[in-house]
Design a protein around this ligand. Structure first.
Ligand code: LLP
Length: 383
């Protein structure tokens, strides 16, 4: 499955993207979606140019959270009017850039932000399309650092202020209100969590009707669909059919309303792997440390979220024998540990280890700490 021979020629660590799997995933998404549904790929998950271009080429839009992401999306060929722009802290230059590009919609997260967008749009003599990100106070069964839909999180506008902010736009000549935006968290595998969001959105829509607000055309439910980190070989493509069905059955859309999604992880997560080489095996009385040339600077998810990534030793001959290792990186931080007490075939200096399911929030979160080079980046079509 991995072109080991070709990997030998490349300096490690590097990211490797399986474009065939990406194509199959995009195809699966396309066939699970129905009329009136739109996907804006969450660029934050992975902005590798070839990967972005492939997603744009498949006809999907982009969800961006910075001017840099908007630029990356435009460079990759996403049409400007397929780009939504979210984030609690949009800078003035980013707002100007988005207006100049002609994006689809700003997902607005506060009243001060609405006022700034209105002011900038007036100065530029333009009209900004806005949706309000409402904090639905719906929990999700996932890691605390990646839940976003609870009142205690910094994201979105309080539900109780929804009518007020919408009515504020009535007096703003350079703002066009389009609808509502939500996002409850990431790496969500229980469809019930998305069903709970549907129930909340239905309640809010009833409230809007009572308040006489009838011009909601855009409902954006964010992203969050998780992937199988435990067993990527058996579940290389997430269950998009159940995901979209949950919304199709759970949401009571009104006539003329379009449903928008912002999936990131589910689109690219399983397509990417981090390839590294074993530098040293070091043993003491209680541990075998497998020290690799990739570190938390290349893949920070284990250190930051205790995330699990399957590790395959692709150099080891097939065997039933295993040994127990702590797989660690070279960075001067005690948290630079990928996994503790991990069973692998007997592993030696020079072996190639592949960290699986690293396509989302892997390469894009890499850093230059310790003055390290950023990891290399290749697709299956480059090598
Ligand atoms: N929309 C909004 C408003 C978001 O905040 C996010 C992710 C997404 C869409 C895409 O969510 P996805 O479909 O990828 O779950 N670095 C963390 C994940 C952070 C997610 C942030 N927001 C990780 O490595 O698990």
């Amino acid at each position: 499955m991995f072109p080991i021979e070709k990997f030998q020629e490349i300096r490690t660590p590097f990211y490797y993207y399986d474009m065939q799997l990406l194509d199959a995933t995009l195809q699966q998404i396309r066939s699970s979606m129905t009329a009136g549904m739109h996907l804006h790929y969450a660029v934050k998950a992975c902005a590798q140019p070839a990967v972005l271009a492939r997603i744009a080429g498949a006809g999907f839009g982009a969800d961006c959270v910075s001017g840099g992401e908007i630029q990356a999306a435009l460079n990759a060929g996403f049409p400007a009017d397929s780009i939504v722009f979210a984030g609690v802290g949009k800078s003035d230059w980013e707002i100007e850039m988005a207006l100049n590009a002609g994006i689809c919609c700003f997902n607005v997260e506060s009243i001060p932000e609405l006022e700034v967008i209105s002011g900038i749009a007036a100065r530029m003599d333009m009209k900004a399309r806005v949706a309000f990100r409402i904090n639905p106070n719906v929990g999700a069964h996932t890691h605390a650092n990646i839940t976003t839909g609870l009142a205690e999180n910094k994201f979105g506008i309080d539900m109780q202020d929804m009518e007020t902010v919408i009515n504020m736009t009535r007096g703003m000549r350079n703002i066009r209100f389009t609808g509502l935006h939500f996002h409850i968290g990431s790496q969500i595998l229980e469809m019930d969590d998305f069903a709970a969001l549907c129930v909340r959105i239905n309640e809010l829509q009833d409230r809007l009707e009572t308040a006489g607000i009838k011009d909601v055309t855009y409902i954006n439910v964010g992203g969050g669909l998780g992937i199988d980190y435990q067993d990527p070989d058996h579940h290389p493509i997430p269950d998009f059919a159940s995901y979209f069905d949950t919304y199709r059955h759970g949401l009571k859309l009104r006539a003329g309303q379009h449903l928008h999604f912002e999936l990131g992880r589910a689109v690219v997560g399983q397509c990417g792997s981090l390839v590294s080489r074993v530098l040293y095996i070091k043993s003491n009385a209680i541990k075998n440390f497998c020290i690799v040339d990739a570190g938390m600077t290349d893949l920070i998810r284990p250190a930051l979220y205790d995330a699990y990534h399957q590790i395959d030793n692709i150099s080891a001959p097939a065997t039933d024998e295993t040994m127990v290792y702590d797989v660690v990186g070279p960075i001067c931080e005690s948290s630079d540990v990928f996994v503790k007490d991990y069973h692998m075939p007997p592993t030696h200096r020079g072996d190639m280890l592949v960290f699986r399911s690293a396509g989302a929030y892997g390469e894009i979160m890499s850093s230059r700490y310790n003055c390290r080079q950023l990891p290399g980046s290749y697709t299956s079509e480059d090598i």
